[in-house]
Design a protein around this ligand. Structure first.
Ligand code: PHE
Length: 524
């Protein structure tokens, strides 16, 4: 709110209306957004919300939904989900994925958002405050700040490649991108650093605007455009010959494909896709107005994220079948990276037989723009966590926090970029599970596959056994009468206190055994 109150006490007291902070300081001056008031020996500095460092807030429920959906909708939805679904039983996989979203991920989403909203702080501050100042839980919050920092590293590297592909497709170089050797050469080329700079400029440009004028505004522009582009591409692909074979493959359930590995992948995918275990929802929850209901908005976010994943399947699979009607879907790579950067450019190029090289380049450009928007809004959300931590806990101004974050993140991103062929020792840094790993792989394995489910596990334990259960349920139910006595509230309490943490712990243990020791724990 713009406005402030001054009331003079024995020495000089400032009573402040929300939006300004009081900070004793020597000196008298006025400059942009800062008023220094000097009464007798007392000086007070009033700072404007936003760039100066006070916490921000989303302006509306829609702003929160779009920004949080922007975080959730990412490369995982657009590329990871369709391939995983295609290879693992189509609609059968979708049903299992949906069950995980509703029964396991949704309560964890509510838990994270409720924590942030109740504490009005970043993950460290939230765990610390809600645990009654426990250092142990504060450190758990630290894990939820380090994890997004590290995940942002590999996610940035992939986003940099996407930007490069986007600009290359736009400038008519689709044929070059479709060459089998292109990806290997591109990731080892120093020109990547230009794209690194451009990508970081976009992300930090948005973050510099603050919560309302940066993150929320960007989501309000990028997300509707993303939906439109996705819709356009789905409709367009449906008009191609043989597309229906892809639709059939995607939608006719094949339950024989479902095994324990598929179930584990569905769980991992749903958890990552909803931005859980990364402290993101705690932080975005802390920017969510206390006047709004958590339940409805969270439901919208989960539905949007799942719908985008579903429609991405309706785009990728029919496109594959339209171009190669005899494709063996099992032969598609498991990795999203090789699908986006090797397989799809070839697919787009082959589309020139339908509508020429320019037409094919336009389709490729729209696709990469779609993935780029999805990646940018995810990257913004994940980079905001360490920034929120510096603003809340270190009392940095937002500008200083941004600068520190950009520099620290920049160093890691440069190292990770160089670890994919450019620099020998970074490219084969360690060996575990009998596989030689690069710096990039190391971060991916440790933080995405390992720490993520573990942090999720700790969130459940925290909300169920440390934070007062009644406070937790009250926070979720704020604004809805009788919520605490509803069936849903009982399910949330029961599941978060029992089987959800158990599932997450098993996923964590199994991932550790598989990645670091090369064996399958409990056979799944
Ligand atoms: N939900 C994102 C995706 O599906 C994952 C993610 C979120 C990654 C936030 C980084 C930051 O790709």
């Amino acid at each position: 709110m713009a406005g402030w109150n001054l009331s003079l006490g024995r020495r000089c007291q400032l009573s402040l209306i929300a939006g300004y902070e009081y900070k004793p300081k020597v000196g008298l001056a006025y400059n942009k957004g800062t008023i220094l008031v000097n009464f007798a020996n007392d000086t007070a500095e009033l700072k404007r919300v936003g760039m100066s460092g006070l916490r921000g807030e989303f302006s509306s429920k829609l702003g929160f939904i779009l920004a949080t959906a922007g975080s959730a909708v990412g490369i995982g939805n657009l590329v990871g989900f369709p391939v995983m679904a295609a290879k693992n039983g189509g609609a059968a996989f979708l049903i299992i994925y949906l069950a995980f979203v509703v029964l396991v991920c949704f309560p964890v989403m509510l838990a994270e958002i409720a924590m942030g909203r109740a504490a009005q702080k970043n993950p460290v501050g939230s765990f610390y405050a809600l645990s009654g100042n426990s250092n142990f839980w504060g450190r758990v919050g630290g894990l939820a700040v380090v994890t997004p920092f590290m995940i942002a590293v590999f996610y940035s590297v992939i986003t940099i490649w996407i930007m490069l592909y986007l600009l290359q497709a736009l400038s008519g170089n689709l044929d070059r991108l479709a060459e089998p050797s292109a990806f290997g050469e591109i990731v080892a080329s120093p020109t990547l650093f230009i794209y690194l700079f451009l990508t970081m400029a976009v992300v930090y440009g948005i973050l510099a605007g603050g919560v309302k004028d940066g993150i929320e505004k960007a989501a309000k522009v990028l997300m509707p455009l993303l939906f439109l582009m996705l819709l356009f591409l789905v409709i367009f692909v449906m008009t191609l010959d043989n597309a229906e074979a892809g639709v059939a493959y995607y939608l006719i359930p094949d339950f024989s494909k479902i095994n324990s590995t598929v179930i584990r992948s569905a769980m991992n995918q749903a958890f990552f896709s909803l931005s859980l275990g990364m402290g993101i929802l705690i932080t975005y929850g802390s920017y969510f107005s206390r006047e709004e209901k958590i339940m409805n908005s969270t439901r919208m976010v989960a539905m949007t994220d799942t719908a985008v994943a579903f429609f991405a399947g309706l785009l990728i699979l029919p496109a594959i079948f339209a171009i190669n009607p005899d494709v063996d879907v099992q032969s598609l790579s498991d990795s999203s990276v090789s699908l986006i950067f090797s397989y799809l450019p070839q697919l787009f190029l082959e589309m020139q037989s339908f509508f020429g090289y320019t037409g094919a380049s336009i389709v490729a450009t729209v696709f990469f723009l779609l993935v780029f928007f999805a990646a940018i809004t995810s990257l913004v959300s994940i980079s905001e966590i360490p920034i929120a931590w510096m603003v809340d806990e270190k009392k940095y101004s937002r500008r200083k926090a941004l600068a520190v974050m950009a520099m620290a993140e920049g160093v890691f991103i440069v190292l990770a970029t160089m670890s994919l062929g450019m620099v020998g020792w970074l490219s084969s840094m360690v060996t575990y599970g009998d596989i030689n790993k690069s710096f990039f792989d190391m971060i991916y394995d440790l933080f995405y596959d390992t720490v993520l489910p573990f942090t999720g596990f700790l969130v459940c334990i925290f909300c169920s056994y440390r934070w007062q259960r009644s406070d937790f349920i009250n926070e979720i139910g704020k604004g809805s009468e009788n919520f605490s006595s509803s069936l849903l509230a009982s399910y949330i309490t029961l599941s978060l206190g029992t089987f959800i943490p158990l599932i997450l712990l098993l996923v964590f243990a199994n991932n550790v055994a598989q990645i670091y020791f090369g064996f399958n724990l409990l056979g799944f």
